[in-house]
Design a protein around this ligand. Structure first.
Ligand code: DOR
Ligand code: ZN
Length: 347
């Protein structure tokens, strides 16, 4: 196939940052995606509807003229989130979900939840209003090996949660293991998962073999090849429980290449091309539209986009850096060639 079009995709998990750092990531996502679920892990975190609306307005200022990119806002759950905030979210069309960060699990998660039972009343209200819970699914226990943190979270936290709140829509974000795939597949229809491009493209050798590559370090961390294969099988299956969420998470070079570098891969510059490469390699390009453009809206009960985009088979070289705030960000596959190119909206 030399070119094809698909319904314009959405990104169901995205970090856009704030302040000076907003100017670069927003156009990168707005170029390809119609909508994106925007993560609330700013500093300080976005915990209330009023803050989410103010953040949304700042994002919209950074959207290029002519783009109709729509940021879908989320709130950051803390142990002091008032139950009353849930009804405010349910009544606000621009805010779509709450994000659960176990305290200490990842970037700017210090204000997250240390004990999940403390937010049970909020989760109950979310189940009642059918407001989705988006989960960073990793335990933070220092005794649990970092490669096992997702699996232990599923067994000890998520499985009981799914049983306790049967009506609660739950998205297990950026899944990385065959155990997560199996769990989501066998869970009831209110449980779904996003999958990133980097977890579909790479196993942990990309980060650790032959030298340590900080730009491949993200959380949850890349896993073994058997897990990558399970993710590819899930994403390309057409199963509506799995949909596109890049977790594109830019950090300036100075924050990545240091003695204790930040977690996050910037992938928005070529997101749909990365996914297309994975689906092509699996012989499943025909399933890309379900994963990228249909399954997410169905889960979130939003309309499917009416616009279309075109991808062409053509090699191009990814730049080594993109501007980011007052420095630069190194994108995924910096300096390498990619076989698919986003060709813009379909005329
Ligand atoms: O790699 C990651 N980066 N994982 C996360 O959970 C957070 C994100 C970020 O905000 O940088
Ligand atoms: Zn994320």
């Amino acid at each position: 196939m030399q070119s094809f079009s698909l319904i314009q995709p959405d990104d169901w998990h995205l970090h856009l940052r704030d302040g000076d750092a907003l100017a670069a990531p927003v156009p990168a996502s707005a170029r390809q995606f119609a909508r994106a679920i925007v993560m609330p892990n700013l500093k300080p975190p976005v915990t209330a509807v009023a803050e989410a609306l103010a953040y949304r307005a700042r994002i919209l200022e950074a959207v290029p003229v002519g783009s109709s990119f729509e940021p879908l806002m989320t709130l950051y759950l803390t142990e002091s989130t008032p139950v009353s905030e849930v009804a405010r979210v349910a009544a606000e069309p621009s805010v779509h979900a709450f994000k659960l960060y176990p305290a200490g699990a990842t970037t700017h998660s210090e204000a997250g939840v240390a004990r999940i039972d403390r937010i049970f009343p909020v989760l109950e209200a979310m189940a009642y209003h059918r407001v989705p819970l988006l989960v960073h699914g990793e335990v933070v226990d220092s005794e649990v090996d970092i490669f096992d943190r997702e699996t232990v979270f599923i067994d000890t936290q998520l499985a009981p949660l799914v049983l306790r709140f049967p009506g609660l829509p739950i998205v297990l974000e950026h899944i990385t293991t065959e155990q997560a795939v199996a769990f989501v597949r066998s869970a009831p229809p209110n449980v779904a998962a996003t999958i990133t491009a980097h977890h579909l493209l790479y196993n942990r050798n990309a980060m650790l073999a032959g030298g340590i590559r900080p730009h491949y370090y993200c959380l949850p961390v890349l896993k073994r090849e058997q897990h990558r294969r399970a993710l590819v099988a899930a994403a390309t299956s057409g199963d509506e429980k799995f949909f596109l969420g890049t977790d594109s998470a830019p950090h300036g070079i100075s924050q990545k290449e240091k003695f204790c570098g930040c977690a996050g891969c910037f992938t928005a510059h070529a997101a749909i091309e990365f996914y297309a490469s994975v689906f092509e390699a699996a012989g499943r390009l025909d399933k890309l539209e379900a994963f990228a453009s249909l399954n997410g809206p169905k889960f979130y009960r939003l309309p499917v986009n009416s616009s279309r985009i075109r991808l062409v088979k053509s090699d191009w070289r990814i730049p080594g850096q993109y501007p980011f705030a007052d420095e630069a960000v190194v994108p995924l596959m910096a300096g390498e060639s990619l076989g698919w190119r986003f060709d813009g909206p379909e005329a």
